[in-house]
Design a binder for this molecule. Structure first.
Ligand code: UD1
Length: 338
């Protein structure tokens, strides 16, 4: 069965392609390589023994997207990762983010609406909850006003899909709200490749451990948490990738309750920034150079998932611990430095 993965050369996309191929799906990747590399195909191929079909297309080029779907009429499902994701950049260039993340989503949904039946998985984010009032966060927690155009594209993306599903019974969709993805494939053939200075905690930590960054700045230690640093739910990217496969299988088998559903994808466990640093130190055997600095504007205090829905409905549960995920992140960092 043929599945399109947009952004399939990216961090989460490439891990999902591997899991799809392991489950016997035929994968077609579209990626514009703006934030990824064709070399990732070799990594995927060395893990699964099968090279996925790849087309370098920018989804903003509507005509190319139409042509693509004409050439691949047998596509049964789409997992849509392709999007811009730098929060700070989105504040500077909102229209770029709306064009990249919203325009392309509309084109894809238009194509899928033409089909007799189609399944669609959307990369959403726990960012839609903002600072939720209650922990752990359930899917029915209110969506808060977005902190950035990037966050807004995730909220709007969900709304666009929901509205389209309402009038398109042939379209079945699931939005997965990721918490904080981290780590690399255990074979160390694929992993995260941040361009420039990493904005996310884990790649900044591993780059500091590798000596590329002088020290990690810990953004604030005066939050009302166990040690004063922010709490997040760090989910291993392979676990997250598997969640996409089971979500897709749910739609393909017609096991969904409504034609638009939303699931949290996290571990259900919160970790502070200092706990993440300690995990790095345990797994690498190195002391991490870090200092406490001011809070980062826009950061929330605490976010971790209630995963009951994903556990019960998708039959999915995260399996890997923070230490295991960190070990893979560190091995990947060492590999790419060599
Ligand atoms: C970020 C994005 C969010 C996105 C999510 C998933 C921001 C503001 N939010 O969330 O929209 O959905 O990633 O990937 O970028 N930290 C440090 N020092 C650092 C980097 C981070 O102390 O150099 C701390 C942060 O304050 C935070 C935690 O580490 O408490 C995690 O930060 P980060 O990896 O950027 O993820 P989020 O901010 O949770």
């Amino acid at each position: 069965m043929k599945i399109l993965v947009t952004g399939g050369l990216g961090f989460i996309g490439s891990h999902t392609v591997v899991e799809l191929q392991n489950e016997g799906f035929e994968v077609v990747i579209i990626d514009d390589c703006s934030n990824s590399s064709e070399k990732v195909l070799d990594g995927i191929t060395s893990i699964t023994g099968k090279k996925p079909w790849f087309e370098k297309i920018d989804l903003k080029e509507k005509q190319k997207v139409e042509d693509f779907f004409k050439r691949h009429e047998d596509i049964k499902g789409v997992i849509h990762f392709a999007a811009s994701k730098a929060v700070g950049e989105s504040v500077e260039k909102p229209l770029l983010y709306y064009e990249n993340n919203i325009g392309t989503l509309v084109y894809l949904l238009k194509e899928l609406s033409k089909k007799a039946k189609s399944s669609f998985i959307f990369s959403s984010s726990c960012t839609v909850y903002g600072q939720a009032d209650k922990m752990p966060i359930t899917e029915d927690a209110p969506v808060k006003e977005a902190e950035s155009p990037y966050g807004n594209t995730k909220q709007m993306g969900e709304e666009i899909i929901r509205d389209t599903c309402k009038v398109t019974p042939s379209l079945n969709a699931i939005a997965l709200r990721y918490f904080n993805p981290m780590g690399a494939h255990p074979t160390v053939q694929i992993g995260e490749l941040p361009i420039g200075v990493p904005q996310n905690l884990v790649p900044f930590i591993t780059q500091t451990g590798a000596g590329i960054r002088k020290e990690l700045s810990v953004f604030g230690d005066d939050y009302p948490t166990s040690d004063g640093t922010c709490v997040r739910d760090y989910i291993y990217v392979v676990d997250l990738a598997k969640a996409h496969v089971v979500a897709l299988q749910r739609l393909l088998a017609g096991n969904n309750r409504t034609n638009y559903e939303v699931f949290n994808v996290g571990t259900g466990k919160g970790s502070t920034v200092l706990e993440v640093i300690q995990s790095f130190e345990r797994m690498s055997g190195k002391k991490l150079n870090y200092k406490i600095v001011d809070r980062r504007p826009g950061d929330i205090t605490t976010a971790y998932a209630d995963t009951t829905q994903a556990n019960n409905e998708l039959g999915w549960k995260s399996r890997y611990t923070l230490d295991e995920a960190m070990k893979s992140a560190w091995e990947w960092e060492q590999k790419i430095r060599n």
